[in-house]
Design a protein around this ligand. Structure first.
Ligand SMILES: NC(=O)c1ccc[n+]([C@@H]2O[C@H](COP(=O)([O-])OP(=O)(O)OC[C@H]3O[C@@H](n4cnc5c(N)ncnc54)[C@H](O)[C@@H]3O)[C@@H](O)[C@H]2O)c1
Ligand SMILES: O=c1ccn([C@@H]2O[C@H](COP(=O)(O)OP(=O)(O)O[C@H]3O[C@H](CO)[C@H](O)[C@H](O)[C@H]3O)[C@@H](O)[C@H]2O)c(=O)[nH]1
Length: 335
């Protein structure tokens, strides 16, 4: 039976899509968010409690008010490059904050948590496809801050019976089929939104960051997974935990690698426009290739990616951005 889920970071990109999936499946959704990179108007499914995970008092107040049956934890600082130059921000806002959450869960006897982990915990790929047991050697503080949380979760399960599902997304992309929510970052660094912006905004100069990777076309390979496929995986994992499933970790991707150059081609196909591009140096902390072996999610959760064809991803992202640019013209097409 769906109960009450407290969604930390639910005003952000992935969290808002998952709120829709939880809510439509009958979960009673409450979002907890400090709106540092999230948006009030993206909280469309469930109510919003404004609060900061750095504050044990804010967390305690939310747990006391809601008494959640489960927690879905999306709140984090998420930029790989920034984590290299500002590691403290990442260990504080990703790792320390999660300890505050686990303390509250223990106090309130909340025994299930879905955690947004990442393929960045693996570091350089040693095999073509990354399965859950691939060695974990993060090459940036972002990945390390998330791996530390995975280890904390194992300890809290062992000691206190808090069961978790660590969902390691590869590259979340695309938008809700009705363009009700989507990706909106005030400081955007992600490939697909920037490539779409480059196709429409003559004032923005899109750059391919790195053409000297050891990949077939020299640009980095990523596994782009539609955010609605991710939302479905979250719902399956949440329901499984609710029904008593043990802690587990799942690599969520398609098993297909797409290069930056192939994304550029797909953006040109979807928009019918040419995308002018510059070639720039690699970003610090970027791996050459990150492609999932998503077998465990299929075997245990019955999940596979259904909407993650690259053209479908770009088309859904385009529909969202066109709507969002029209609504927020001044700030969205600048800088
Ligand atoms: N987008 C991706 O491709 C991707 C890939 C792998 C993992 N992830 C993980 O998924 C999660 C969601 O990513 P996203 O792209 O939706 O990011 P996002 O920035 O859109 O969402 C993060 C949300 O957390 C909130 N938040 C941040 N710090 C907080 C704090 N201290 N207290 C309360 N709220 C706080 C923000 O305001 C925002 O609403 C993150 O944990 C990220 O590391 C994302
Ligand atoms: O303007 C741009 C932006 C990005 N890229 C390239 O496109 C690829 C994808 O970059 P994104 O920023 O879209 O995604 P990342 O792979 O860097 O990051 C994603 O995956 C990470 C794991 O490695 C983290 O989980 C992170 O939160 C998530 O956004 C990278 O090779 C990047 O260098 C460009 O060429 N030009």
């Amino acid at each position: 039976m769906p109960g009450k889920v407290l969604v930390l970071g639910g005003a952000g990109y992935v969290g808002s899509h998952c709120c829709r999936a939880f809510s439509e499946a009958g979960w009673d959704v409450t979002v907890f968010d400090n709106l540092s990179t999230g948006w009030r108007d993206l909280v469309r499914w469930g109510k919003l409690i404004e609060g900061d995970l750095n504050s044990p008092g804010d967390i305690e107040a939310a747990f006391s008010a809601i008494k959640p049956d489960a927690v879905a934890h999306f709140a984090a600082s998420t930029l790989v490059g920034e984590s290299v130059t500002e590691p403290g921000k990442y260990y504080r806002n990703n790792t320390f904050t999660t300890l505050n959450v686990l303390d509250a869960m223990q106090r309130h006897n909340t025994r299930a948590i879905i955690f947004s982990s990442t393929c960045a915990i693996f570091g350089h790929a040693q095999t073509e496809f990354l399965a859950e047991d691939h060695p974990k050697n993060p090459i940036n503080p972002y990945g390390m801050s998330k791996l530390m949380v995975e280890q904390m979760l194992a300890g809290f399960d062992h000691a206190h019976g808090i069961r978790s599902a660590c969902l390691r997304y590869f590259n979340a992309a695309g938008a809700d089929r009705q363009a009700l929510t989507g990706e909106r970052h005030a400081c955007e660094t992600h490939l697909i939104p920037l490539a779409l912006k480059g196709a429409y905004d003559p004032g923005y100069s899109f750059t391919i960051t790195g053409t000297d990777f050891d990949t077939p076309d020299g640009t980095a390979l990523r596994d782009y997974i539609h955010v609605e496929d991710l939302a479905e995986a979250h719902l399956l994992a949440l329901n499984a935990l609710e029904q008593g499933a043990p802690s587990n970790a799942f690599n969520l991707g398609t098993g297909r690698g797409t290069s930056v150059a192939e994304i550029v081609d797909a953006v040109e196909r979807a928009t019918g426009r040419r995308l002018p591009r510059k070639i720039g140096p690699r970003r610090p902390g970027d791996a050459a290739r990150l492609i999932a072996a998503p077998g465990r999610a299929k075997d245990v959760l019955g999940w596979t990616a259904k909407r993650s064809d690259v053209d479908n991803i770009i088309t859904s992202a385009l529909a969202w951005h066109q709507k969002d640019w029209a609504q927020h013209k001044e700030d969205s097409l600048q800088g």
